[in-house]
Design a binder for this molecule. Structure first.
Ligand code: NAP
Length: 249
């Protein structure tokens, strides 16, 4: 995987939806996909931050992006259906879906875990991922070749004390990835999950306030893995749980 090299502009002509595109890894992935030629649809809950990323992509001369405000705490399936309708109207199909946004919730032992926080984390990390995927699938099937990438975590592969709802939500994410990959096995749609590993972002700083961020890889450092996830031209297979660290040279 360290040998993976994305071909210049290999995403030209492709439309990719990125959730949580306003900060951290999602923002960097959106910029990177645009750099490689994709038309990126930025999704996030904060319109001001969406506009900033939109402006940054435009000022770099990459393909003109689009943005769709969507708070994933929203539980109304009609809004997810509406997102798919807007994308269909504007772009006709979807070549890539990076399900990246997540809510960390809080770190707490199960016997003290706050119920409201548990429900919120499940809504943002699991239910919204299901809803967005469900309603975007018809658009993804329209693309000849397409990629769906779900964002996991180390605690989505091995449970760890106090990581509660977030960890459980990431196990569910891995399960959804495996189910989707199996259901789409006979198509040219690849579905994989990624564990970014400890990365310099606001979420990491919230989870580890005492840590020096300078000791961690940046979001930009892990972008080879994010390009690999969308590389349907080289097609490295489906149903895999990958680690971004394995791609850092
Ligand atoms: P981040 O910097 O906190 O960014 C999270 C993104 O998700 C932001 O764009 C945020 O929007 C968005 N988001 C959060 N709640 C949302 C909601 N209710 N509706 C819509 N958008 C929402 O985190 P990150 O570190 O880049 O994390 C990206 C992914 O990597 C997550 O799935 C995370 O679980 C995973 N991950 C990260 C690490 C790490 O070390 N950083 C390690 C393992 C896994 P705002 O800009 O409005 O806050």
């Amino acid at each position: 995987m360290k040998n993976y090299q994305a071909t210049e502009k290999f995403l030209s002509g492709k439309t990719i939806l990125v959730t949580g595109a306003t900060d951290g890894i999602g923002k960097q992935a959106a910029l990177t996909y645009a750099q490689y030629g994709a038309t990126v649809i930025l999704s996030g809950r904060n319109t001001r931050k969406l506009e900033q990323v939109y402006d940054e992509i435009e000022s770099l001369g990459y393909p003109q992006p689009a943005y769709i405000p969507l708070n994933l705490q929203n539980t109304d399936p009609a809004q997810y259906a509406q997102v798919a309708e807007v994308i269909e109207k504007e772009f006709g199909q979807l070549d890539g879906l990076l399900l990246n946004a997540s809510d960390l919730g809080l770190l707490s032992p199960i016997d003290h875990f706050d119920e409201e926080t548990w429900y919120r984390v499940m809504q943002v990390n699991v239910n919204s991922t299901f809803l967005l995927t469900k309603y975007c699938l018809p658009l993804i099937r329209k693309a000849k070749k397409a990629a769906i990438a779900l964002t996991s975590s180390g605690v989505g592969r091995q449970g760890r004390a106090y990581w509660g709802a977030y960890s459980v939500s990431k196990f569910a994410t891995e399960g959804l990835m495996q189910i989707l990959a199996d259901e789409l096995d006979k198509t040219e749609i690849i579905v994989n999950s990624i564990n970014p590993g400890a990365t310099q972002t606001k979420m990491r700083a919230n989870a580890y306030p005492g840590e020096d961020p300078a000791t961690l890889p940046t979001a930009n450092d892990i972008m080879p893995a994010y390009l690999w996830l969308m590389d349907t031209e080289q097609n490295f297979g489906t149903g895999q749980a990958i680690n971004a660290r394995d791609f850092i040279k």
